[in-house]
Design a protein around this ligand. Structure first.
Ligand SMILES: NC(=O)c1ccc[n+]([C@@H]2O[C@H](COP(=O)([O-])OP(=O)(O)OC[C@H]3O[C@@H](n4cnc5c(N)ncnc54)[C@H](OP(=O)(O)O)[C@@H]3O)[C@@H](O)[C@H]2O)c1
Length: 321
């Protein structure tokens, strides 16, 4: 009898999971069951980079609704001011715009000091700014890669360093660091090798920082999110194989099938609130591939790769099909 029930329940549960899940099981469970955790952000100070559009903009609205005080960063001041207005409407008691280019790492200490002078503290740094890159590995110019790494890696890591240094110096309680990586930070990403390399690099830095913080007895929490394709301006603004060369592909129509930006941001905010280490956020079949890649890498590399990593299949993933 037990065997019969198991035979029936296990396939049904797997089918339901495949049809409905758009994040790893821990995150889905915390998101579903633990909304109380979110209330702790009332009046907390949250600094969000990449807040002028896409995922960062929606993260800003989520924290605004929770009553957090916000510092909104990006390079486009007009876009930031629109986000600021909506954040104040949604319930943020204070929201300011601090436009800057994250690649200019020499400015980070000064900006950080200005924010501390105005708010007294930063409780959560949401390091979300980033650029995409699309080009073939063999065609890519090192200078174009450096431009990408200056934003996606050195800019992000420099801001983390300045902020964590301050937290350790002041012994601030409940400090949290968040970084938006990507599915491409865990797996290969054909025709986006520099992007995948930059996102993989973040994991190396942040896992090591996590270890060093543990060695020093610090309780600073680090959360890294790995979203699959999500609707945003990312693809339209992608870098390519050479500096200054535009990525001339209009994929605005195909965006409709991608994960909604708001849904991605809500899952991220839940994951941060629960202090989860790593968040996998993706629609199927990418989510299933995540699991296979993580837990059965030999099967993925030896057998699945021939079916999954074809030009046609990659296009389908990126269109959310
Ligand atoms: N959308 C996806 O499918 C997807 C999937 C996985 C991971 N991600 C990651 O999610 C993050 C947000 O991207 P998104 O999808 O929301 O794309 P997006 O709409 O293009 O947003 C990118 C944000 O990053 C900011 N940014 C870019 N370069 C910057 C620079 N040099 N200095 C300061 N800010 C800069 C942009 O600000 P300005 O425009 O004002 O410069 C913008 O606010 C990125 O790290 C991306 O890699 C996205």
């Amino acid at each position: 009898m037990i065997c019969f029930v198991l035979f029936l329940i296990v396939p049904i549960a797997l089918l339901l999971w495949y049809k409905r899940a758009d994040a790893d099981l821990t995150l889905l469970w915390k998101h579903f069951s633990g909304q109380d955790e979110l209330s702790k952000y009332k009046d907390q100070v949250v600094w969000i980079t990449g807040a002028s559009s896409g995922i960062g903009e929606e993260i800003a609205y989520s924290f605004a609704s929770l009553g957090a005080r916000l510092i909104l960063s990006g390079t486009r001041i007009e876009a930031l001011m629109k986000v600021q207005e909506r954040c104040l409407d949604k319930g943020s008691p204070k929201a300011i715009c601090v436009p800057f280019d994250v690649a200019e790492h020499w400015s980070h200490e000064e900006l950080h000091n200005q924010i501390i002078a105005e708010f007294g503290e930063i409780n959560l740094l949401v390091n979300n700014a980033g650029r995409l890159q699309r080009s073939e590995f063999t065609a890519t110019n090192v200078d174009a890669e450096k431009e990408l790494f200056n934003v996606n890696v050195f800019g992000i890591i420099s801001l983390c360093r300045v902020t964590v240094r301050h937290w350790l110096r002041t012994g601030q309680a409940n400090a949290q660091l968040y970084v938006t990586s990507s599915a491409a930070g865990k797996m290969g990403s054909p025709f986006s090798s520099s992007y995948a390399g930059s996102k993989h690099a973040l994991h190396g830095y942040l896992e090591t920082l996590r270890d060093e913080l543990s060695c020093s007895g610090s309780d600073i929490r680090i959360t890294i999110a790995n979203p699959g394709p999500v609707r945003s301006n990312l693809r339209a603004n992608a870098l390519t194989d050479k500096i200054g060369k535009k990525y001339n592909r209009d994929d605005s129509t195909s965006q409709r099938k991608l994960m909604e930006t708001k849904r991605c941001a809500e899952l991220i905010v839940s994951g941060i609130a629960h202090g989860l280490d790593e968040l996998w956020i993706a629609d199927q079949p990418l989510l299933l591939l995540f699991y296979v890649y993580q837990y059965f890498p030999s099967i993925f590399r030896r057998y699945l790769i021939n079916y999954v990593m074809t030009k046609k299949q990659i296009e389908k993933f990126r269109k959310g099909e």
